[in-house]
Design a protein around this ligand. Structure first.
Ligand code: PLP
Length: 445
């Protein structure tokens, strides 16, 4: 508990460092309350302004969150590695883990043959003068994106979608700026915004993507960037439809004050067409990751956009990390060019779709409206997440509480279908129905 960890320091920097040390050591756990500003000020013999400044600094770095009367607490996943967070909590023994949000590793294309082929082709390893983006990869990405209606002027490569989004936000925004994101949305993105000191404005999302009134409200509230998941929205499975894209394009047209970011992480795994918003605003970027179809460990995404936006990302990377290894770029190119791999990815997409649709239908047959138009997750609205997660765990299924995904959205649980077998669908849907509508207690004999 927070009360047991003794925060020390006589300056705001020392106080915030002391809180950070507590988090790193695991003495301050996610959710722990920090003392009230005045109480800590008295205890440390400093002014309340000094403590408030320390808390503000921690808030801007995403280590703590202040929620009105609930005071200041350690964030669920603060951006400092703690001894405890190094160990991923294992799923409860004896339960099936449907909480991970990851593709099924058994359905990822094997890398071994491509790595072996690369080894035989490889000449002299590249040095610092190696081109940042392999021209062959850029050309292939250009073709693939153009086929999906994404205009490709400028292109660069980042270490995954989230790396690209972080670089875009860091280049365009300043701490305190507001960013419009889907609500419920991707938990890691919410964590990233907190770590960058940015404010998240939630935009309601339905099966066709972020709603137009939600986007309009976020713009009116001063959002400087808007992040839209094109397909397989996490956690709801939404995909931007043609109508919604047209509506949003009209709404966003000419907004020179807004950075538009599209995240197409599902890419080849998505079984619905892409309806991009790319180019609706002068400053825009479209990011396509290879994580979901080809494997999260590849850590590569292509990022396209207007000239200035891509130049900022590429230029900043050049004076920092440099570039994404051309070894990795060659591997992705080999995967893209291999018809057998394309076939495996298509079959994986079909398999996810069968299980996702199967679960949504099985839940509908039990009177539960769940969401999952695309991707590997199904979102089930529930009256109480803790009750639902606990009841499902007791029935042998570990699912993710929606709390990490939500800003103001109604509660729900996220069920990742990627490791489900078709025979699981009925029993799981029965368990969800019982968890959402538990039998009244006390009257059974
Ligand atoms: C919405 C969304 N975007 C992107 C990603 C993947 O990002 P990356 O390319 O950084 O692995 C995920 C993974 O879960 C996701 O849910």
């Amino acid at each position: 508990m927070a009360e047991r960890y003794q925060i020390s320091g006589s300056s705001s920097a020392a106080i915030s460092a002391s809180v950070e040390t507590g988090i790193r050591a695991g003495d301050l756990a996610p959710g722990d309350a920090l003392p009230a500003v005045r109480a800590l000020a008295v205890e440390l013999g400093v002014s309340p302004a000094t403590v408030a400044k320390a808390y503000q600094e921690l808030r801007q770095r995403g280590l703590v969150v202040t929620a009105g009367r609930h005071g200041t607490r350690v964030r669920p996943r603060p951006p400092v590695a703690s001894r405890r967070s190094a160990l991923m909590p294992p799923p409860l023994p004896g339960t099936r883990n449907l909480s991970a949000g990851e593709p099924d590793s058994r359905l990822l294309p094997p890398l071994g043959p491509h790595l072996a082929a690369l080894a035989t082709e490889f000449g002299t390893p590249g040095g610092y003068a190696a081109a940042a983006v392999l021209p062959e990869l850029a050309a292939a990405a250009r073709d693939r994106l153009a086929a999906d209606g994404v205009p490709v002027d400028e292109i660069t490569v980042t270490g995954g979608a989230l790396d690209g989004i972080e670089r875009l936000l860091a280049a365009h925004l300043r701490p305190g700026d507001a960013v419009a994101v889907e609500d419920p949305g991707w938990a890691n993105l919410l964590d990233l915004l907190a770590a960058l000191g940015l404010r998240a404005i939630g935009v309601p999302v339905d099966d066709e993507g972020p709603t137009a009134p939600g986007v309009r409200a976020a713009l009116a509230a001063g959002a400087r960037a808007l992040i839209v998941t094109s397909r397989a929205q996490n956690p709801t499975g939404a995909a931007v439809s043609a109508d919604r894209a047209a509506e949003l394009r009209t709404l966003l047209a000419g907004r020179a004050d807004l950075l538009l970011i599209e995240d197409d992480h599902a890419a080849e795994l998505a079984r619905v067409p892409l309806h991009p918003l790319a180019g609706a605003t002068p400053a825009w970027a479209f990011v396509r990751s290879v994580s979901k179809p080809y494997g999260p460990d590849l850590r590569l995404a292509v990022l396209v956009g207007d000239e200035a936006t891509v130049a900022r990302v590429a230029g900043r990377a050049r004076v920092g990390a440099g570039w994404v290894s051309t070894v990795l770029q060659r591997l992705v190119l080999a995967l893209w060019c291999d018809p057998a791999t394309a076939d495996l990815v298509r079959r994986a997409a079909e398999s996810y779709e069968r299980r996702r649709d199967g679960l949504v239908d099985a839940l509908a047959a039990r009177g539960l409206a769940a969401h999952g138009r695309t991707g590997i997750n199904v979102w089930v609205p529930v009256p109480d997440e803790t009750v639902a997660v606990t009841a499902l765990r007791d029935a042998g299924w570990s699912v993710a509480p929606g709390a990490l995904n939500r800003i103001a959205a109604a509660p729900g649980v996220r069920i990742t279908v990627s490791r489900l077998d078709e025979a699981d669908l009925g029993p799981l849907a029965d368990a969800v129905a019982r968890a959402v509508r538990p039998a009244p207690a006390g009257f059974t004999t």
